[in-house]
Ligand binder design. Structure first.
Ligand code: ARG
Length: 413
């Protein structure tokens, strides 16, 4: 008796995979696994009803807490890939690992997904699954299936693929982001209407302020009320979404090299990323901030690739963790005009001295305004010399080199 575990959503692709795994790949038994990373309730209903109609052994695994924790690692890394906070991307390794666990417990020898050969998800799933000896199967990709063929096949087999889903759009939703692609959106010049959005309202003139508390770079409370990661993200999605926060429309460079038009909604992610960066700007030194941008960009890239368990990521997180020991404090964010703008920040670790920066004080400790005079004399010195020689050459009146080498070469400045 051979058994294969299928990543199952109840949509058209994964539904046609069920009989195909038996007919084309010779498995005796298919089990469907749906992993909960915060999809809307309707998706679980669809998955359960379709599984029932197919007579499929269906498992649902709750991975919301684990996924939320990974999203918050993303916050510590200010993670954004081309403006996308990586909802789908970060969810895939979590889903793949959860399915693998079920497959092992159920004695499966194969793992299957319904991804096409064009997207990123096939790569993210398989990176995890190919760590094992199990057979990895991608029927849609391997059999070259099209939506049209799948619909005809489903009809001929009387498979339960009625309606549901999001109509003409291809949608992927979890706690961290909602992605909408396909249909008219494939034309980059097509301007979508409000109907593609579900989490965000078009911004009105209304505003609201929210206070977010961080401990070592992790958001832990909203308006002074402690919240666990899942609840905190859900709360901010609702709250910031009402002000149109977190809409992104991008031409995304996928791993295979294709560009794809993507629309996203991610109110909580935008709010938390904006607040977190504001707090870092207060507590980290300039050199830490500049270097961390490089680290953060690498983290986001590995996150996009679905490779958050790479040794590189642990190394990056070592640096990130070191910096985050001081990212503790509170940020006030204002939802305004579709933005989540930090409008106040406070931390006992601030690398900031109001008395040193103030226009109202002359001497603080051993530093006074006139100490800057020497710095001002040197500032831009090399460029002064270089520009002088450029001007000399341009004048083209013979070679007359007069270099005195002193810092105040031209006297007053
Ligand atoms: N392009 C995004 C990613 O690779 C999201 C894709 C979501 N899929 C969808 N059918 N909307 O992470």
């Amino acid at each position: 008796m051979t058994r294969v575990a299928l990543a199952f959503s109840g949509g058209l692709d994964t539904t046609v995979c069920v009989p195909l795994l038996e007919e084309e790949y010779g498995y005796d038994d298919v089990i469907g696994v749906t992993v909960d990373v915060g999809q809307p309730a309707a998706e679980f209903t669809e998955a359960r009803e379709t599984a029932d109609a197919l007579g499929l052994d269906h498992h649902v695994v709750d991975a919301k807490a684990e996924f939320a924790e990974l999203c918050l690692e993303g916050v510590r890394a200010n993670a954004s890939y081309q403006g996308y906070p990586l909802g789908t991307a970060l969810a895939r390794p979590v889903i793949a690992s959860a399915i693998l666990e079920v497959a092992e417990a159920e004695g499966c020898t194969g793992l299957a997904h319904g991804c096409t050969g064009k997207g990123n998800d096939q790569l993210r799933f398989e990176a995890i699954w190919r760590d094992t000896d199990m057979e990895v199967i991608a029927p849609v990709r391997e059999l070259g299936l099209t939506r049209e063929w799948e619909n005809e096949y489903a009809e001929s087999k009387d498979l339960p693929v009625e309606g549901g889903g999001g109509g003409k759009w291809s949608i992927d939703t979890n706690l961290w982001s909602r992605s909408v692609e396909g249909s008219e959106l494939e034309d980059p010049s097509y301007v979508p209407g409000e109907e593609i959005y579900e989490w965000t309202q078009a911004p009105t003139g209304e505003t609201e302020e929210v206070e977010i508390t961080f401990e070592e770079g992790y958001p832990v409370a909203v308006d002074g009320e402690s919240m666990a990661p899942v609840a905190l993200i859900e709360h901010l999605n609702e709250r910031a979404g009402a002000y149109g926060v977190g809409r992104t429309d991008s031409m995304e460079d996928r791993m295979l090299g294709l560009k794809v038009r993507e629309n996203y909604e991610h109110p909580a992610a935008t709010t938390l990323l904006s607040a977190h960066e504001a707090l870092e700007s207060l507590v980290l030194t300039q050199e830490e901030r500049e270097f961390k941008e490089l680290i953060d960009a690498e983290w986001a890239k590995k996150g996009y690739e679905g490779l958050v368990d790479a040794p590189l990521v642990s190394a990056l997180e070592g640096f990130i963790a070191e910096t985050q020991t001081r990212v503790t404090g509170t940020v006030t964010v204002r939802f305004e005009g579709g933005q989540a703008r930090a409008v106040g920040r406070d931390s006992e670790y601030a690398a900031y001295s109001a008395s040193h920066a103030s226009f109202d004080t002359e001497t603080v400790g051993k530093i006074s305004q006139e100490d800057a005079t020497g710095v001002a004399k040197y500032h831009g010195f090399q460029r002064r010399l270089a520009n002088e020689s450029i001007a000399r050459l341009a004048a083209d009146d013979g070679v007359e080199l007069t270099t005195d080498g002193g810092p105040a070469a031209d006297g007053d400045d």
